[in-house]
Design a protein around this ligand. Structure first.
Ligand SMILES: NC(=O)c1ccc[n+]([C@@H]2O[C@H](COP(=O)([O-])OP(=O)(O)OC[C@H]3O[C@@H](n4cnc5c(N)ncnc54)[C@H](O)[C@@H]3O)[C@@H](O)[C@H]2O)c1
Ligand SMILES: [Zn+2]
Ligand SMILES: [Zn+2]
Length: 391
């Protein structure tokens, strides 16, 4: 089959590789009909995630048709149309029972590596390095899906297109969980840094969950425009205005009640600590991640408010304003998304017509064009916001 393979920083290639096969009794094989590139894939593409190996198959946002099931699979049948959540979860461990699926104890065969870095291991993730299991990803024609009775969500109706349901695999639940963890109260103002796909879904979800105002922050005009036109956010271009000052002015000096960092470790720097972070990050291990947005969110958040961090961080950060967190009594919430928990309820929102997740798609390309698609999405050229690849 054909698959998108990682070969190093800014080097992905579509190659012929062996077809996946069932390994465990509970596995299924899915023929991929649509797959997408995520902001998280850019961290691999830009070389920020260790434990990648040449030839690794990328991709954790995908859907398709079940073409084979193992003997222990009960719920899925050959021919089912499914969306597959990016975290791989067993469904029965301590964490899965608490619906903390991205913390599953049983799905990362390389847990020891993650334990060295983080103390404990999260779940395995498709196409996301050997640190998270070394699973082949879904930017391919076929993919092996472990725990097939636990993760995949069946989409029986033909009335919903792939683009309407594909993002249940990751970014819609991710934006939703980011907003949900804010515990939004009536009248709240929510500030969202980053108007990429995750930011767009966080903005839409904040309104679904009752926010009165959302202030969206980015520097790309087309992304800010989409936040305003699709969801009704107010917008700030951080290259044209000083973010802290602007947020204070917009909130009567209080600061936004809830702040969402939908940017993560590759934040584009524009403040005084910019050079500091660049140098330390370049020297790797001194500081892996650039917490520019995290700092800004903590400083701007109103006293007693919540900072929610869907943006991915992998290692260590410097100059985290711990004093502000403590003295302003802030709550900070984070995590890889517990996607399984949100798929069915969010599908209902789609069915009810409350949201059509396809609004973020700007580019549709063939799987063969994945190298160009990565370049476009990375550099935000051609007003690219989200690419869907068709194998
Ligand atoms: N927690 C999870 O489970 C989960 C799931 C999916 C994605 N993510 C993470 O969410 C983040 C966003 O993903 P995406 O797909 O939207 O990526 P993206 O690259 O399309 O979007 C990031 C946006 O942040 C903006 N940005 C950069 N620096 C900024 C700054 N200083 N201030 C304000 N905005 C800034 C960029 O201009 C861009 O529009 C990534 O870190 C990704 O890894 C996490
Ligand atoms: Zn993702
Ligand atoms: Zn589990």
């Amino acid at each position: 089959m054909k698959a998108t393979c990682w070969y190093g920083k800014h080097d992905v290639r579509v190659e012929r590789v062996p077809d996946p096969r069932l390994i465990n009794e509970g596995d299924a094989i899915v023929r991929v009909t649509a797959t997408a590139i995520c902001g998280s894939d850019l961290h691999l593409y830009d070389g920020f995630v260790p434990a990648m190996m040449k030839g690794d198959i990328l991709g954790h946002e995908f859907m398709g048709e079940v073409v084979e099931v193992g003997p222990a699979v009960r719920k899925l049948k050959v021919g089912d149309r499914v969306v597959v959540p990016f975290p791989i979860a067993c469904g029965v461990c301590f964490f899965c029972e608490k619906q903390l699926y991205s913390l599953c104890e049983n799905s990362n065969p390389n847990a020891w590596m993650a334990e060295k870095m983080w103390g404990h291991s999260p779940c395995g993730i498709y196409g996301y390095s050997h640190l998270l299991g070394g699973f082949a990803g879904g930017q391919a024609e076929y993919v092996r899906v472990p725990f097939a009775d636990v993760g995949p969500l069946r989409i029986p109706e033909n009335g919903l297109s792939d683009e309407q349901v594909l993002f249940l695999s990751d970014i819609f639940p991710t934006g939703y969980m980011a907003a949900e963890q804010c515990d939004i109260e009536p009248g709240d103002t929510v500030a969202v840094w980053g108007c990429g796909p995750v930011g767009q879904f966080a903005i839409a979800s904040a309104f679904l969950l009752g926010a009165e105002r959302v202030i969206a922050i980015d520097r790309f005009p087309e992304r800010l425009r989409l936040a305003a036109s699709h969801s009704g956010a107010e917008t700030l271009n951080y290259e044209e205005t000083e973010v802290y000052e602007a947020l204070m002015a917009l909130t009567g000096g209080l600061g936004p009640d809830r702040c969402i960092d939908a940017v993560g470790l590759e934040a584009h720097a524009h403040d005084g600590l910019h050079a500091y972070d660049r140098v330390k990050q370049a020297m790797m291990m001194m500081e892996n991640d650039r917490p520019i947005v995290l700092r800004e969110a903590i400083m701007a958040c109103r006293k007693g408010g919540t900072v929610s961090v869907p943006g991915v961080y992998g290692g260590f950060v410097d100059k985290l304003p711990m004093g502000a967190l403590v003295n302003k009594a802030l709550t900070i919430k984070t995590g890889q998304t517990h996607v399984h928990r949100y798929m069915q309820p969010l599908l209902e929102h789609i069915r009810n017509g409350e949201i059509d997740p396809g609004f973020i798609v700007t580019h549709r390309m063939a799987l063969d064009e994945a190298p160009e698609a990565y370049r476009l999405f990375r550099d935000k050229r051609e007003e690219c916001i989200k690419v869907v690849l068709r194998p």
